[in-house]
Design a protein around this ligand. Structure first.
Ligand code: PRP
Ligand code: URA
Length: 208
């Protein structure tokens, strides 16, 4: 499995601010969105281009535009929603599907509660969005879901990943390409990433 660490100085700086317990809800949301936008720049690097003819004020010329590739992003609810705006700021017309999963606090297993995907999802390349790849259970389940719908080309994008989550995705979905801004040290006994940033959903939505 290919793992891309998007370790640009701007991303590293913003991840540090995201981690800080001093960062409040508004700034956390803004930072998550900005980092997602910068990561979007990386995971779209292989988008195919095609040449079209245009006219500049000086002359006619051939120039490149993105070929009409069918893409979709699928945030895992709820924290994945915090990454959507950043992607939309670069690809405003991208389709957005939603998969609702929460992690059972005792078993740490993902529990599905919602799914709404574009009707032609099986024909699209899909980027799964979830700020935290901890045990990897949620991302793995979401990816399996998409595969069951016929999706063939999947990327998985996370702000922070734990080594355990990367291992899990590598075992379950070696064909998926992973993008993360940081790989942290480990998980603690409650399945939280260390040092991490705490509970991403609670920090984005201000629920704690
Ligand atoms: C968090 C996070 C991921 C999941 C990661 O969601 O947003 O979806 O945990 O953990 P895993 O890799 O061990 O599965 P949570 O269950 O807290 O739900 P929420 O987004 O609704 O807060
Ligand atoms: N989910 C989170 O929001 N944070 C973690 O550290 C692990 C799972």
């Amino acid at each position: 499995m290919k793992v891309n660490i998007t370790n640009h100085p701007l991303i590293e700086h913003k991840i540090t601010m995201l981690r800080s317990v001093e960062t409040g809800t508004k700034d956390f949301r803004d930072l998550a969105s900005e980092i997602s936008m910068l990561m979007c720049y990386e995971f779209t690097r292989d988008l195919p281009l095609e040449e079209i003819e245009i006219e500049t004020p000086i002359t006619k010329t051939k120039a490149k535009v993105i070929a009409g590739k069918k893409l979709a992003v699928v945030p895992i609810l709820r924290a994945g929603l915090g990454m959507v705006d950043g992607i939309l700021s670069l690809i405003p017309a991208i389709k957005v599907g939603h998969i609702g999963l929460y992690r059972d606090p005792d078993t740490l297993e993902p529990v599905e509660y919602y799914c709404k995907l574009p009707s032609d999802i099986g024909d699209r390349d899909v980027i799964v969005l979830d700020p935290m790849l901890a045990t990897g259970g949620s991302a793995s389940a979401a990816i399996q879901f998409l595969k069951n719908y016929g999706v063939k080309n999947i990327k998985s994008c996370h702000l922070i990943a734990a080594p355990e989550g990367i291992c899990r995705l590598n075992q379950d979905h070696p064909d998926v390409e992973v993008y993360c801004a940081a790989i942290d040290e480990k998980l603690n006994d409650h399945g939280y990433i260390v040092p991490g940033l705490g509970d991403a959903g609670d920090r984005i939505f201000g629920t704690k």
